[in-house]
Design a binder for this molecule. Sequence first.
Ligand code: FES
Ligand code: FES
Length: 173
Amino acid sequence: MSAPERAPADRATSADRGPEPVRVGLSVNGTEHTLDIEPRVSLLDALRERLALTGAKKGCDQGTCGACTVWVDGRRALACLTLAITCEGREVTTIEGLSSDGELHPMQKAFVDQDAFQCGYCTPGQIMSAVALLEEGHAGDDAEIKEWMSGNICRCAAYPHIRAAIRAVRDQT
Ligand code: FES
Ligand code: FES
């Protein structure tokens, strides 16, 4: 017995959503890219494996470590839990887009000055969160910094130095 024929609307939905690759336009750090990717591909995998932007790290791939933190339309997002296809028409910023004209961002400088990393694996995510934290106005005191940075785990436990870097940038501005 042959399979029941699907209604045209179903065919259209299937064609739009895959599982075959679909064409997705992504704007990352101000550069437009066109990718043919399956709709299930995460933003993190699209950045790392298709665009060779490996700054955002894959720690847990399930939303618990913060190593993959990027910004989508200027707001923090976990790239491992974000489908790339949902970022079409939005601006994605990664750690590679933070510096300008070869100059480190003040938060990057502060991380160096304050010795705020050891192995460095969590650092891109920490920095993307730290800059966003200041813009969100959540760096009033150490308790607030701790709370609003709690989604970024550091296995080297560099937390006191990370907070010192955030305070240093906060107090510059
Ligand atoms: Fe995304 Fe851990 S890799 S939260
Ligand atoms: Fe090693 Fe944070 S510096 S995990």
